[in-house]
Design a protein around this ligand. Structure first.
Ligand code: SF4
Length: 150
């Protein structure tokens, strides 16, 4: 059975920087959980950051929070943990929150803390993608469901 790494905030866990979540109400996702396909991940908290925490954005090859602290190490650590989980569970797919500096696969904030987005990948999504994991976002649940082994 194909396993899927899934951003914990999409599963309703309050791990978002502001203490909230991004729960998806798509029944397909609930079905994956029931089937035992879902492998929950939150690279930022697993990398050592607390909740709530200051929002962070990628600036060049660093990740900086809105107070100017360098949190690159924590982001990389969390991304490596996600890759380790993918390896252990042989997950070929991931469903990750779009726009996040960790989980975003198509868009991320532009590093100015002004709410401006640009094309790019988050740290964990990039590392997972480099090891061959195919990344989908919360708007592509049906698309991913169609290619899973049943
Ligand atoms: Fe959600 Fe990913 Fe951010 Fe964790 S790191 S709160 S899973 S988007």
């Amino acid at each position: 059975m194909d396993k899927i790494l899934i951003s914990k905030c999409l599963m309703g866990e309050n791990v978002k920087y502001n203490g909230g979540n991004n729960q998806s109400d798509n029944p397909i996702l609930a079905g994956w959980v029931k089937e035992g396909r879902a492998i929950p991940i939150c690279p930022e908290t697993e990398g050592g950051l607390s909740t709530p925490r200051e929002p962070s954005e990628i600036q060049g090859d660093k990740v900086i929070n809105c107070k100017g602290c360098d949190v690159t190490e924590e982001f990389i650590c969390g991304a490596r943990i996600a890759c380790q989980k993918a390896k252990e569970t042989k997950a070929k797919y991931a469903l990750m929150k779009q726009g996040s500096p960790s989980c975003g696969s198509k868009t991320i904030s532009d590093g100015t803390f002004t709410g401006t987005k640009k094309q790019g990948m988050g740290i964990a999504a990039r590392l997972l993608s480099d090891m061959g994991v195919k990344i989908f976002d919360e708007n592509e649940i049906e698309k991913l469901d169609k290619i899973l082994d049943k």
